[in-house]
Design a protein around this ligand. Structure first.
Ligand SMILES: *Cc1c(COP(=O)(O)O)cnc(C)c1O
Length: 427
């Protein structure tokens, strides 16, 4: 599509946008009645308007029935999980029985590692991306020590080449090839949180498995953002949080994928709890762990219907809007943003912004990471002062992520217009 840098043009795109109405299903941040531009769906997604009433429903059920809320009321808590995995499994490209909603991201990574990282004398190495999110790094470091191993001898970090920001696929594949004799696991991000780079998860999975290793993905920045086909890609496991693109609130309940071929595998190590126990006999409270034969077999503890409720509010919107329209709009919104940023750079006379995110369509999702070549922090502060929510990463990166469910083309245009004015004042 041929884009134009004008308010009229951006408004026309919004008028034609079939997802436009979903914006009003969320609370939009405002200051003294003025709507602000929220481009931080990659950090904390906005609140669905139904979240409060769904949470209240769980509280009412507790008030009315006490513990019997697990069995009684319109949504007995015992069955609540079933409501979530249907829409969620579509989002991650899995069968519902391959998805479990539980805990939070870092906790789930540890749990999945307990099952899928079984170092032997021969195979103990783990390949991971350099500059992985800190929590993932701490998880890896301590998990490896928990096995009595030395992280420095186990971890193989794949980095961008000198002077570059992105990791080249070829380098991931050659690291796998090079370590194939002692590789136990590849743990990779679906989308890098810093650069917004989307990785080819299918190719990484195939390479890791060909080398005889397991493969897992951290989908914190991928779930609800880019197209995922975890089952078909044959991924072993994956984990995500649901407060970013999945809009389920701060501290939301996380999720995990375990490929169905492991559900009956009793050679896998597990760290179990009663909520992963076979449902029909769970309350007989017998000795000896007998797992549910789905991804739910990895659950440990009694879940919170309050967190479920917030998650449901958001998943329902995804379900209603449909994934195809969401991905189509995500692409177009992001293309428009790239176009607008090109205009800003061209008009600034000298280059002020270097985009870190890959330009290739299949290597980017909602997020654009901008390396500010001059006066980055000042520009960022002025964007904030003009009502634009962006994210600042030291020393000089601004990240923004317009999302298809509640951002508009007009907001992208307004952002560009504001940025252009700010840049012209920096000359
Ligand atoms: C956001 C994020 C996390 C956060 O982990 P929590 O356990 O949910 O606090 C972890 N890893 C990545 C890659 C993230 O982007």
């Amino acid at each position: 599509m041929k884009f134009e840098n004008s308010l009229t043009f951006a408004r026309q795109l919004d008028e034609k946008d079939e997802l436009g109405k979903y914006r009003f299903r969320f609370y939009l941040p405002n200051e003294n009645g003025k709507e602000l531009i929220y481009f931080l769906g990659n950090s904390l997604g906005l609140q669905p308007r139904t979240a409060q009433s769904y949470i209240k429903h769980a509280l009412d059920q507790w008030a009315q029935y006490g513990v019997e809320g697990f069995m009684k009321g319109k949504l007995p808590w015992l069955n609540y999980h079933d409501l979530l995995i249907k829409p969620l499994s579509k989002i991650v490209g899995a069968f519902p029985h391959e998805v479990v909603v539980m805990n939070q991201l870092t906790v789930n990574l540890h749990l999945m590692m307990a099952s899928f990282y079984q170092p032997s004398a021969k195979r103990k190495k783990i390949i991971y991306e350099s500059k992985a999110f800190p929590s993932d790094q701490y998880m890896l470091e301590t998990h490896i020590r928990h096995h009595g191993l030395n992280p420095e001898e186990v971890l193989v970090e794949v980095s961008p080449r000198t002077g570059e920001h992105l990791i080249i696929q070829e380098d991931i594949l050659s690291a796998i090839e090079k370590n194939k004799d002692d590789l136990a696991l590849v743990l990779w991000g679906g989308v890098n949180y810093y650069t917004g780079q989307v990785f080819d998860m299918q190719t990484i999975t195939r390479a890791a498995q060909t080398a005889g290793a397991k493969v897992g993905f951290d989908l914190a920045h991928a779930a609800g953002n880019v197209l995922l086909q975890l089952h078909d890609w044959n991924v072993d496991f994956a984990c995500w949080c649901s407060y970013k693109y999945l809009n389920s609130g701060p501290g939301a309940v996380g999720g995990a994928f375990v490929h169905e071929r492991y559900h009956h595998d009793n050679t896998l190590n597990r760290l179990a709890g009663w909520w992963g126990y076979d449902k029909d006999t769970r309350f007989q409270m017998k000795k000896g762990f007998k797992p549910v034969l789905t991804a739910e077999g990895w659950q440990l503890s009694t879940p919170s219907p309050i967190l479920y409720a917030a998650h449901r509010a958001s998943l329902e919107i995804f379900e209603e809007a449909g994934l195809k329209p969401i991905h189509n709009k995500r692409k177009m919104l992001n293309d428009y943003l790239w176009y607008i940023l090109d205009v800003c750079n061209a008009q600034a006379g000298e280059k002020m912004i270097e985009i870190l995110t890959p330009g290739q369509e299949n290597e980017r999702g909602c997020q654009v990471s901008m390396l500010m070549l001059k006066k980055g922090k000042r520009i960022f502060d002025q964007l904030s002062a003009n009502g634009i929510f962006a994210d600042w990463r030291e020393p000089d990166v601004i990240r923004i992520a317009p999302v298809p469910l509640y951002n508009t083309f007009t907001e992208v245009w307004t952002f560009g217009d504001t940025l252009q004015k700010i840049l012209s004042l920096q000359q």
